[in-house]
Ligand binder design. Structure first.
Ligand code: M6R
Length: 369
């Protein structure tokens, strides 16, 4: 039931605030993260020396965002791998490896086979999944469910923000169990995380109409580039995937720092480029670097669409369009910056008259390898 929305995707984007809030619920007590499903499983986190995250598509981008939090808070080295690449290259894993799989459906065959492979190789396995009782969690030593609610549209949206939320809770949990974090730091991060649903709701309330109009106006665009740095990089990849997936427009996401190593050659007058701009107050260094990237491509005629924090005036002279997100610490920006990109992809597909819920050639869950 679309509940009055024009598509499941529109409904599911509108549910992004609850997806985050429901994933946090019951897992925070007095400012400390305690995930009941992980009770008694401390050795999964103490007896390891590395984590490998495996997933596909949007779930893999959530994993890339999660890597920053797991490394920063839990101080464990993390690699993120596409599930279908993982088991075909004799990876170095064993009893001191925790393999964290991420899957909305819990049925993605590539991910399932990678989890089975990891188990057989003696690794510990934890599944982040949105579907109760699905196959991947059943094959894993531990489960952390995302509580995004059923996701029907092929394009994953609310599950993505819920996956990042679950990864952040996991990172704070592991950080505590491993003694890498003090209570004060955990409480501060929890407060930031708990503020996210309201901030996403604000993006939806203040930017949705503006972005939809803008997308309408961009309906003839043939190619879009997305740039990001640090946690903004996986968000750039997610923005590009969503656009390809539902509006059939060629889109590419790049790490902003990689521009001058090749992709800048693509920039010609009029090329639309979305740029995830880090917060000037909480990441001044990254902000300055990204603003200088903007200047470089702007000088070559790119049309800049900046996703930038409210009040960031430094982007104004160079941006043709500014999509605003509320202030947040760097790790929490992805949860906000992705929302305009989801709205944009949906708006553009709608403007082209496409079926946003059932894009061509795609299935909601990919159960073949
Ligand atoms: O069910 P899963 O999370 O395992 O699915 C993984 C990908 O197939 C999925 O995220 C896909 O990339 C989406 N259609 C992206 O919107």
């Amino acid at each position: 039931d679309k509940g009055g929305w024009s598509s499941f995707m529109a409904k599911e984007v509108s549910e992004e605030p609850e997806a985050v809030a429901n994933t946090i619920r019951g897992r925070v007590h007095d400012g400390i993260v305690e995930i009941p499903e992980l009770d008694g499983l401390d050795e999964l986190f103490t007896d390891i020396d590395r984590i490998i995250v495996i997933a596909c598509g949007t779930a893999a981008y959530a994993g890339m965002v999660g890597k920053y939090a797991l490394e920063q808070w839990a101080r464990v080295p993390v690699d993120v791998e596409l599930a279908h690449e993982f088991r075909y290259r004799d990876p170095v894993i064993g009893a001191r490896t925790l393999v964290v799989s991420i899957s909305q459906s819990g049925e993605t065959m590539d991910t399932l086979m990678a989890v089975k492979f990891a188990r057989e190789a003696g690794a510990k396995t934890l599944s982040i999944c949105n579907t109760q009782g699905a196959t991947i969690p059943r094959e894993s030593d531990a489960i952390v469910y995302t509580h995004a609610g059923p996701e029907v549209a092929v394009a994953s949206t609310k599950a993505f923000v819920a996956q990042i939320t679950a990864l952040y809770l996991l990172a704070l949990h592991v950080g505590r169990v491993r003694g890498a974090l003090d209570a004060e730091t955990i409480a501060a991060q929890v407060a930031q995380l708990e503020a996210v649903p309201e901030k996403i709701a604000r993006v939806l309330a203040t930017e949705q109409e503006h972005i939809e109009q803008f997308a309408h106006w961009m309906a003839d665009t043939r190619s879009v580039i997305f740039l990001g740095r640090h946690v903004g990089y996986p968000i750039a990849l997610e923005g590009a995937l969503k656009l390809k997936e539902i509006s059939y427009i060629h889109a590419e996401g790049f790490a902003a720092g990689e521009l001058k190593h090749g992709p800048i050659a693509l920039i010609e007058p009029g090329q639309p480029v979305f740029v995830m701009v880090p917060s000037p107050s909480s990441s001044p260094l990254l902000h300055a670097k990204v603003v200088s990237n903007i200047q470089e491509i702007r000088a070559r005629g790119a049309r800049i669409i900046a996703v930038a924090e409210e009040g960031d005036a430094a982007v104004l002279p160079f941006a043709d369009e500014v999509l605003r997100i509320p202030l947040a610490e760097p790790l929490f920006e992805p949860l906000l910056a992705v929302v305009p990109l989801h709205i944009f992809a949906m708006g553009l597909a709608t403007a082209k008259g496409l079926d946003v819920d059932q894009p061509r050639n795609l299935a909601k869950s990919v159960t073949v390898e």
